[in-house]
Design a protein around this ligand. Structure first.
Ligand SMILES: *[C@@H]1O[C@H](CO)[C@@H](O)[C@H](O)[C@H]1NC(C)=O
Ligand SMILES: *[C@@H]1O[C@H](CO)[C@@H](O)[C@H](O)[C@H]1NC(C)=O
Ligand SMILES: *[C@@H]1O[C@H](CO)[C@@H](O)[C@H](O)[C@H]1NC(C)=O
Length: 362
């Protein structure tokens, strides 16, 4: 005869596991990381190859030009009217699209391009104005996983391929706001004096050698996993948000050596922020002198919680805050921060109220 009582303990187990998981998900069961599948990887590689090939074709065409004197070099491409590519990386609505619309609307539309990578598993309200139809082919993203590196590389490749005039590539998120007008930012990046003197243009990317958790983050994929390609001395940290040149964007999508290491899933999720290491490590290995080592995006790490910076809420938003956020530390030669994060979505209204009189006044 079948013994029903055997079923009871196992049924209890089956019922309680989801309940335990519901109440204590990250502490008992590690968060499951989305793996980067081979088809996704091949899809990206084919995009990168297209972008690299298109760039060299463009370079060949322009070097045959008989009158190069009215042109200037920026990265590997010779350009007439350099543009800035704004890369929006998001997994939710673009809360500040009205503010950004104002930012872009004050500029010549031939001086910028917008590209949006949005996690396809999230339903996003179709954006309006300059953001309409600016989505690139996107894949899922997840915090504490290399998918954030992939998404950024995908944005860079799309922007490289889309327009040979894209000269600078700035990464921002839905929580970022501009701190100055478009024209102020454009003249800062593409200073006409520098252009006429054919000076090299730097990448604005934070590269730090030290941070209290650096060793934990280095070993997040397991001990000795990064060797020999990335020794601990070469492992850097910096903000995910950068503004980099075309030359450096190409370097990033041409890389396979470091990506092979950084794409490995982490064993320790709490030390896993690969997007804060891959870009500074790669560029400091390949062209340390071409990078400023600081970012143009201000963030407030005071009292950070669970790896998140301070999030500004409406009562904090004031002209004084904008002035404070612009101000950079005098140790580097940067004159001002250009962007800031993180802002809660309901900051839109107070920010719009002072957009013309304060934020975009210059
Ligand atoms: C830009 O500003 C003009 C004039 O104020 C307005 O007519 C237009 O709709 C704006 N465009 C966007 C995309 O916001
Ligand atoms: C940074 O955040 C802290 C609270 O976490 C706040 O007291 C401080 O005013 C902020 N600093 C700036 C410059 O906004
Ligand atoms: C500026 O530098 C001081 C001293 O090094 C540091 O405590 C502070 O956090 C820095 N502020 C910013 C915004 O980086």
């Amino acid at each position: 005869m079948f013994k029903y009582y055997i079923l009871i303990p196992s049924l209890t187990l089956v019922i309680t596991i989801p309940i335990i998981y519901f109440f204590f998900p990250p502490s008992i069961f590690p968060q499951r990381q989305i793996p980067i599948s081979l088809p996704d990887e091949l899809d990206d590689l084919s995009l990168f190859h297209k972008a690299i090939a298109a760039d060299s074709t463009f370079l060949k065409k322009t070097t045959h030009n008989k009158h190069p004197s009215n042109k200037f070099r920026l990265g590997s491409t010779t350009l007439r009217r350099p543009k800035i590519a704004f890369l929006f990386l998001t997994n939710s609505d673009l809360h500040f699209q009205l503010l950004w619309n104002k930012f872009f609307n004050s500029s010549d539309p031939h001086l910028y391009n917008i590209y949006i990578h949005a996690d396809p598993s999230v339903r996003i309200t179709p954006p309006v104005g300059v953001f309409a139809d600016r989505f690139i082919h996107s894949k899922r993203t997840q915090r504490s996983s290399p998918t954030l590196i992939s998404a950024t590389r995908r944005l860079l490749a799309h922007a490289l391929l889309d327009d040979p005039d894209n000269a600078y590539f700035g990464l921002v998120s839905q929580h970022c706001i501009p701190l100055h007008s478009f024209n102020y930012f454009y003249s800062f990046l593409l200073d006409t004096q520098k252009l006429s003197r054919k000076m090299e243009f730097p990448s604005y990317i934070e590269i730090l050698n030290e941070s209290p958790s650096l060793l934990d983050r280095y070993n997040a994929r397991g001990e000795n996993v990064m060797e020999p390609e990335v020794s601990f001395e070469k492992f850097k940290v910096g903000s995910q948000f950068f503004v980099i040149t075309r030359k450096h964007s190409l370097m990033v999508i041409k890389d396979s050596k470091l990506w092979r290491k950084f794409k490995k899933p982490c064993l320790k999720i709490e030390s896993c922020y690969p997007e804060e290491h891959y870009f500074p490590t790669l560029l400091s290995m390949e062209d340390p002198d071409g990078c400023t080592r600081y970012t143009l995006t201000r963030v407030n790490w005071t009292d950070s919680v669970d790896g998140h910076p301070h999030t500004y809420h409406p009562p904090e938003v004031s002209p004084e805050l904008i002035y404070k956020l612009r101000k950079s530390n005098s140790t580097n030669s940067m004159s001002s921060y250009m962007f800031a994060r993180k802002f809660s979505p309901d900051c839109l209204e107070p920010l719009m109220e002072m957009a013309d009189s304060i934020i975009f006044k210059d």
